[in-house]
Design a protein around this ligand. Structure first.
Ligand code: 13P
Length: 234
């Protein structure tokens, strides 16, 4: 079971330090769950430093496929490795929708990160319109076609209509999508989309749900720790 907190564009170094010190305390006795936080790039180093020696990992929110070069605004896998970062999120729907990332690019980013020794949380998921048009399986199949099952690869199923909307997928929808994904790629699958302390237990108890990628509720130590606790019980 993995619980990862995707902080998106929240928390600079000072807030990250405060959060990590508190999280370390809150999770000191929590067992049987892997936990990762994914701060913005400038806050990664302080996270790594404070969480060193704990089981809480620090991951980035994206990674480029080249090792270095003229790619303004991008960060490479070796740079993240040098910082002591354990992995990266790739292909988040916000990257796809707001910054034009493609399936092909997601495939290249994932490949490079895995080759460099990073773990990857690759995100997939359909929009509301795609679900209404009954295209969910086609979309997932297309998004997953650029990926191969590997030890350090985890998929996050994040239906776009459930992200930041408070609309969580029903257990039936989540379970069905997770089973479909696992049928195509034999790797752990996290659920993402309005996961909160109030719904975590139910979602995490589903047989095909191997953890959660948490956005908004991961920004508050108490609520994030409570989700981690639910995971350790399921
Ligand atoms: P919310 O938990 O805020 O809906 O965000 C989900 C998400 O995008 C995690 O990557």
């Amino acid at each position: 079971m993995l619980i990862a907190g995707n902080w998106k564009m929240y928390k600079g170094q000072a807030e990250t330090a405060e959060f990590c010190i508190e999280l370390k305390r809150s999770l000191a006795d929590v067992e049987a769950v892997d936990v990762a936080v994914c701060p913005p790039f400038p806050s990664l180093a302080v996270g790594v430093q404070i969480l060193a020696g704990t089981d809480i990992a620090v991951a980035a929110q994206n990674v480029h496929w080249e090792e270095e070069g003229a790619f303004t605004g991008e960060v490479s896998a070796p740079m993240l490795r040098e910082l002591g970062v354990y992995g990266a999120i790739v292909g988040h729907s916000e990257r796809r929708q707001l910054f034009g990332e493609t399936d092909e690019g997601v495939g290249r980013r994932t490949r490079a990160a895995l080759d460099a020794g990073l773990s990857v949380i690759a995100c997939v998921g359909e929009t509301e319109e795609e679900r209404e048009r009954r295209e969910t399986e086609d979309v997932l199949r297309r998004q997953l076609s650029v990926l191969e099952a590997e030890d350090n690869l985890v998929i996050a199923y994040e239906p776009v209509w459930a992200i930041g909307t408070g609309k969580t997928a029903t257990p039936e929808i989540a379970e069905e999508a997770h089973e479909f994904i696992k049928g195509l790629l034999d790797v752990p699958v996290l659920y993402g989309g309005s996961v909160k302390p109030e719904n975590a237990e139910e979602l995490l108890s589903l047989p095909a749900v191997d953890g959660a990628l948490v956005g908004g509720a991961s920004l508050d130590v108490e609520s994030f720790a409570s989700i981690c606790l639910s995971a350790s019980r399921s």
